[in-house]
Design a binder for this molecule. Structure first.
Ligand code: SF4
Length: 213
């Protein structure tokens, strides 16, 4: 009998404490960070954000020529592709007048479909934006979540949305809980459940199957 997902959340929360994500000064910076972090580490994103700092507002990024944007975000890797993705995102954002409060009022299902229709915004990036910029309680299925739940011994669905819904159907629709859950999963994957796990002292050791294959 496996423990419920709330139990896992509680264990991680007790151990690591509140994480207070996303690491950004504004929701707009958060959105840019969510695209820049694709396929790279946060350290590289930080360098790109420092370069972008003078332009880190919607009009600033919208007015930057794509070649200049690409050079500024070079430290984040895949910079030509990411510059295109940011421009596609900005084109969508402009249709909603760069108005985050307005966007928060859109039906969440509709909003998710809109985000996922933007070129370069996949489910993980879209859901990160939904959760941390547009206040939508949603579970993010990243590689860390897949790794941790697999090792714990849960047989989670392969498909992104089936995995997400399996977790969500057990949890209350609580924004703070989902905000913290993703951040705690990332923290746990960095502190204990690394590629080569450090199981000693792990808060989930007592309930873990330790499937490491
Ligand atoms: S006991 Fe080891 S494998 Fe299991 S969650 Fe903790 S670190 Fe990961």
């Amino acid at each position: 009998m496996k423990h419920d997902y709330q139990y896992i959340y509680n264990k991680l929360y007790e151990h690591y404490g509140p994480q207070g994500w996303w690491p950004a000064e504004t929701p707009f910076e958060m959105m840019m960070g969510s695209i820049l972090v694709q396929n790279t580490s946060w350290r590289n994103v930080d360098k790109a954000l420092i370069n972008l700092r003078p332009f880190l507002h919607p009009e600033g990024i919208a007015q930057l020529p794509i070649e200049d944007l690409a050079q500024l975000i070079r430290p984040s890797g895949f910079f030509n592709i990411k510059a295109k993705r940011i421009k596609s995102y900005m084109a969508w954002f402009k249709t909603l007048e760069y108005d985050i409060d307005l966007i928060k009022k859109i039906d969440k299902h509709l909003l998710r479909n809109e985000l996922l229709s933007i070129k370069g915004i996949g489910r993980e990036t879209g859901d990160v934006i939904l959760l941390y910029a547009f206040d939508t309680p949603i579970f993010i299925v990243d590689a860390y979540a897949r790794r941790i739940f697999y090792r714990l011994g849960y047989d989670m669905p392969e498909s992104y949305d089936a995995f997400r819904k399996q977790i969500e159907k057990e949890l209350p629709r609580d924004l703070v809980l989902y905000n913290e859950f993703h951040a705690l999963v990332v923290e746990h994957a960095k502190e204990h459940c690394k590629a080569k796990p450090i199981c000693e002292g792990c808060p989930l050791l007592g309930i873990c199957d330790c499937r490491l294959d």
